[in-house]
Design a protein around this ligand. Structure first.
Ligand code: PA5
Length: 433
């Protein structure tokens, strides 16, 4: 199998090899401290060898649980937020057909917002449907999923009774701690464990990502195989791919390029970029430091954000997720009258038009002062997504090390929660100003 590649030739007119090498030295140190467990946040390094620690037993248990749920239900609601949601959402959006008519079990998401309208509409949609719930929360106490779970659990009990609802609920949470663990034990839900030493945003290769992906009928073994192959490649090459990406982006950051835009030319990658934004934003944005992670979907956003990127403030760089081979072939037809003047494209594949849009955009943006890197993905498959996830996780941890931050905590996330709890009158939060 091929591997994903990195092409950073189009940043070299903005930062020299020397500046990149200087960052490379720091990256290698950061890698060493990850490997010997002396980095900041070293309690959370369980993701490092996760790909090769996933056992056939665990995959089997996930498959039999999802087979059972798929038999019993038409819809399964995946409840979770942040790292307990985005990895699965990314794979499912990338690998499902854009216009699939659901004949089997459909997967929908909840608990990633507290919109009353969203929950009302979801409850209306689930009324009289055979549905199940997969509730995911490592801490077991996060407000958004907890609210959604309380509502949907009550609805399930009302529609199906207590005994059936117990069979239709699966919980993914900590082995021992948290409210969700306590509930799951009391109600005897089937449960899967998020390892203690794997943080939410690094958990896509645990049941957090694998179970929803399997529920959606996708190939989790290929996803894991991709991650295993990237893990081996990192081991054999001293994580060259990740070290290079981390070094290039930090060399750019040092020169004032403080925003990284992850770009795709395939809307199926929208949520891969959302997953990446969470990984990098939550890992690096602290101590008044960090590259701001943003994303765009091209060519759609070339007709909106494209203007800013071409001519706005020159503090951004782009990383394009470039897919080499499409799954299907569609050619532009010839038209006898050619009133739309498109016959110059007749016989060409739509992907050729897309690829030329990608190249044309790269040249224009580089010319306009935007450094450009490409992560080249041979094909959009579960296998290459597995490679991509592990590559990005490794590079993120190294990049956090270069910056000198703890890439595995998220202290800043507490600020809004504390205010919200105080405003809502949660016991213990009354005295906060
Ligand atoms: O990366 C993280 O740790 C966070 O984004 C969490 O995944 C998110 O806050 C959800 O937390 P939990 O799974 O505890 O509900």
């Amino acid at each position: 199998m091929e591997s994903i590649k990195l092409d950073y030739s189009k940043v070299l007119s903005f930062v020299g090899e020397k500046e990149i090498s200087a960052q490379q030295e720091k990256a290698i140190k950061a890698l060493k401290s990850l490997k010997n467990g002396t980095c900041k946040g070293s309690d959370f390094l369980g993701w490092l060898d996760l790909p090769v620690q996933i056992t056939e037993n665990e995959l089997e248990r996930i498959s039999s649980c999802t087979d059972r749920l798929r038999e019993q239900t038409d819809v399964v609601v995946i409840i979770g937020i942040g790292g307990s949601y985005l990895g699965a959402k990314a794979v499912i959006e990338a690998m499902s057909g854009s216009f699939d008519v659901y004949s089997g079990t459909r997967v929908v998401f909840a608990g990633n917002n507290v919109s009353e309208d969203y929950l009302y509409e979801l409850q209306a949609f689930l009324k009289d449907k055979k549905f199940g719930i997969c509730v995911i929360s490592k801490s077991g106490t996060t407000t958004e999923p907890a609210v959604a779970f309380r509502l949907l659990k009550d609805q399930l009990i009302e529609q199906e009774g207590v005994a059936v609802s117990r069979e239709r609920i699966v919980a993914i949470t900590d082995e021992k701690k948290g409210a969700l663990r306590a509930m799951a034990d009391k109600e005897e839900y089937e449960t899967f464990v998020i390892p203690d030493n794997v943080g939410g945003r690094y958990s896509v290769l645990t049941p957090v990502g694998l179970l929803p992906v399997a529920l959606a009928g996708l190939d989790i073994r290929s996803l894991v195989k991709g991650a295993v192959d990237m893990w081996s490649c990192m081991k054999e090459s001293d994580a060259k791919l990740a070290v290079t990406y981390a070094s290039v982006r930090n060399a750019l950051y040092e020169k004032g390029y403080v925003i990284e835009i992850t770009v795709n030319f395939n809307p199926k990658l929208h949520y891969v970029a959302e997953w990446w934004k969470q990984l990098y934003g939550e890992s690096e944005g602290k101590e008044s430091k960090g590259i701001f992670p943003a994303s765009v979907d091209f060519t759609t956003d070339l007709h909106s954000m494209g203007q800013y990127i071409q001519e706005g403030r020159r503090n951004l760089f782009e990383t394009v997720l470039s897919i080499e081979k499409t799954k299907y072939r569609v050619q532009v037809p010839c038209d006898a009258h050619d009133l739309d003047k498109l016959n110059y494209l007749a016989g060409k594949r739509v992907d050729e038009v897309n690829k030329m849009a990608e190249l044309g955009t790269q040249l224009a943006h580089v010319e306009g002062g935007v450094p450009n890197m490409r992560v080249i993905i041979p094909e959009l498959t579960e296998y290459y997504l597995g490679q991509l996830f592990y590559f990005y996780e490794m590079a993120c941890a190294i990049s956090g090390g270069i910056l000198g931050v703890n890439a595995f905590d998220q202290p800043g996330v507490e600020a809004y929660k504390n205010n919200m709890f105080m405003l809502l009158g949660k016991p213990g939060y009354e005295k906060r100003s």
